[in-house]
Each structure stands twice: as structure tokens, then as C-alpha cells.
Design a protein around this ligand. Structure first.
Ligand SMILES: [Zn+2]
Length: 377
């Protein structure tokens, strides 16, 4: 996988030779679209002067999930979106290793503001793709074969669909120590265990030998500046932990490693009035949402089944029986600690807890709306 990569040598990328110490804008050529235009995936490469690992970062594999685009644009240019000045995060003359950055992995879907590719498939169920397959499989193949065999690590950035919002958190396979350490290095409070569905770039890249993590942050179709800042800080933490760049690694005040957690589903249909936000602590038996009828009469309370922290909530009031409304990570000893440090911004020692809630489920066992189900091959 990583053999033979020496940053003192040129970096070969799809036939192009990239000199050490250079920043290059290039594309991954996918083919020709129905109107005869080139279908290309924009790609930014930093090839450092000094030896080090190669990290790929992908975003907008789902074309409506944009926070990762913001994260990568700022990573490339700094917060002023202008390259080669003193607010840049990456100095290629000091960078150890190589960064392959794909801000818009699914350009056609981005144009349509939609999750799926233009042939109606979920691109993040098609990896590693097929060279001679259908449109989505070819797109997956081009992306995967261009970056994963050249990479030592992958960070894939997503958001919740438009019906929910997610607290910034990372997901990875805890049974792979490299993945787990990479996820911890990111520095989010919540780290979820999940292999990922078959055909996701994260799972297939990890199986290929390129340990991968996924960042989930915010909701679709917008640049949410807080999420973008947090995501960028996490990516920089990872690059520091891999010694690719210098700087202080910012540890979170607490970290919860979650194998199983609770998804609270709607007991009945109606309109959802959420009383809590992501990142909030809730206590056992606390009312966290109401469901009402069309006249506004309360028909059901949504009750927290245990103490915990809210990681995801539904943002669309329209609710059908069984819809996942709230993702709650149960907290035990950590609950009092987190409560005691709310609003404190100082660098505290990072306390860590493993949550493996007997009554909870693993993320991979959850089935959401049909748009997230695995695509037939
Ligand atoms: Zn996604």
C-alpha cells in the first residue's frame, strides 16, 4: 500500500508527476456526460518536501452534504480562501507526506443538490466500483482506484440527510486499532463503532488496507461554520498526530467510545416538537419532545430512557410511527463529569468512557429511511 512512497521523489497521480514541495490542482477524469461535457472530479494535492504518509480526504460523495467541502476549502486555502499566504494551514515546504483532497467527489449530484448520483444510485454503496459497470460503479471505480491504492489513511466527510442533524462525531471500526487511534486523534467527544455498510468507501478502503474514518457533522445543503471549524480542527489534529504538520494536538474534555447506543423512534405519527438540541445532556425520564396532532394537541411525550448526550435529532416535524427521532448515547459515570464541565473552555484532562449499552443497538444495525438502504448491485 504505502511502499515506495518517498516525498523526495515525484508523486505519480493518474499519469501526472507531481514534484516534491508542490501544490497542484488536478482532476480525476471520469468520462463524458450526456451533453458531451467532461465529467471530472476536482482534486487538490499537496506533495510535501519531506517523507511521510499519504492521507486522502473525501467529501460530498453524497452531493448534498456540503460541510466537508467547506472544511477542505479552508484546509487548502486558509479561512480567506486565497492560496499561498500566511493564514494557510498547510506549508508544503514543511509538510511531511502527501495530501490528496477531494472536496467534491460527486459533482453531478452536487449540481442537483441531491444525495444520489444521476442514475439514481447511492454512490457510497458502490465502492470499490467496477471499471465496466454502470455509471455509479464507474464513478466509484475511478475515485477509489485513483486515491485508495496511493493512500495510507482515508477521512471521508458526511452530514446527516436534510431530515436530521448530527453532532460532529467520528465513526470507525473499533476492531481495527489503527482506525480506532485515528478516530481518537480527531478529537471529537463522541466516537462511534461501525464497520459501515458494504460498498461504503470507508469500509472498502479499510478492507483494502487503508485504515479509514468517517466524520459526520451537521446537516445537508449548507456550510455550517461551527461544524466546518470543528471539522477542520479535527483534520488538523489527525495530521499532527501523524506528524505530517507541527502544532499542538487539542484533546477534547471528554471522549465517549460507543459500541451500542439508543435510537428513540416515534411511538406514533404526528408533528414533532423537539425540546432539546444536539450536544445537550438529558436525564432519565426527561421529556425531550412532544408529538402533536394537526391541531397542536399533545398526543405523545418522547421520554429519555436513560441519562445521556444527544448526538442526532430529526429536524423535520412530520413524523411517522417508527421514524428515528433522537440518537442518544447513554452516559454513566461520564454523565456527572460532563455536567460539571459544561461551559468550561479550559484544557482539562480528557476523561474517557466506553459505552456498550445492553439495551442499545449498533449503528450498523439501524435502518433509516429507504434512501439510506443498500442499493441492489
Ligand atoms: Zn453521506
Amino acid at each position: 500500500m504505502s511502499s515506495g512512497k518517498n516525498s523526495k521523489e515525484s508523486f505519480e497521480f493518474n499519469g501526472e508527476l507531481i514534484e516534491p514541495g508542490s501544490r497542484v490542482e488536478t482532476v480525476i477524469k471520469v468520462g463524458i456526460d450526456p451533453l458531451g461535457r467532461k465529467l471530472e472530479i476536482p482534486c487538490f494535492i499537496f506533495h510535501g518536501l519531506i517523507d511521510g504518509p499519504t492521507v486522502s480526504i473525501t467529501s460530498a460523495i453524497h452531493g448534498d452534504e456540503l460541510n466537508g467541502v467547506g472544511i477542505l476549502h479552508f484546509l487548502i486555502h486558509g479561512y480567506d480562501n486565497i492560496p499561498n499566504n500566511n493564514d494557510d494551514f498547510i506549508d508544503v515546504t514543511k509538510l511531511k507526506g502527501t495530501l490528496i483532497l477531494i472536496p467534491i467527489a460527486n459533482p453531478e449530484s452536487l449540481l442537483l443538490k441531491q444525495r444520489r448520483t444521476t442514475d439514481g444510485r447511492d454512490l457510497n454503496r458502490q465502492f470499490p466500483g467496477r471499471e465496466n459497470g454502470n455509471h455509479s460503479q464507474r464513478l466509484a471505480h475511478k475515485l477509489f482506484s485513483s486515491i485508495i491504492p496511493r493512500s495510507d489513511y482515508l477521512i471521508d466527510i458526511h452530514t446527516a440527510p436534510g431530515t436530521r442533524t448530527n453532532l460532529s462525531h467520528v465513526r470507525t471500526n473499533f476492531d481495527n486499532e489503527v482506525c480506532k487511534n485515528l478516530a481518537k486523534a480527531f478529537g471529537s467527544n463522541i466516537v462511534l463503532h461501525s464497520l459501515g455498510s458494504e460498498g461504503t468507501i470507508r469500509r472498502e478502503a479499510t478492507d483494502y488496507g487503508c485504515p479509514s474514518i468517517l466524520l459526520e457533522t451537521g446537516s445537508s445543503n449548507s456550510f455550517q461554520i461551527e461544524n466546518v471549524r470543528e471539522g477542520l480542527a479535527g483534520v488538523l489534529n489527525i495530521l499532527r498526530s501523524l506528524k505530517m504538520i507541527t502544532g499542538e494536538i487539542r484533546e477534547p474534555n471528554f471522549r465517549v467510545l460507543v459500541r451500542k447506543s439508543r435510537w428513540i423512534r416515534a411511538p406514533s405519527g404526528g408533528l414533532l416538537h423537539c425540546l432539546i438540541d444536539i450536544g445537550e445532556l438529558v436525564e432519565k425520564n426527561q421529556i425531550i419532545a412532544h408529538i402533536t396532532d394537526p391541531f397542536g394537541h399533545k398526543t405523545d411525550d418522547i421520554i429519555a430512557p436513560c441519562n445521556g448526550i444527544i448526538v442526532s435529532i430529526a429536524t423535520i416535524p412530520l413524523t411517522r410511527t417508527g421514524d428515528p427521532l433522537v440518537h442518544l448515547v447513554p452516559l454513566k459515570k461520564m454523565f456527572e463529569h460532563v455536567k460539571s464541565i459544561i461551559g468550561i473552555d479550559d484544557d482539562l484532562e480528557c476523561k474517557e468512557e466506553l459505552v456498550n449499552d445492553d439495551e442499545g443497538v449498533q449503528l450498523d444495525d439501524m435502518v433509516f429511511e429507504s434512501s439510506e438502504k443498500t442499493e441492489p448491485k
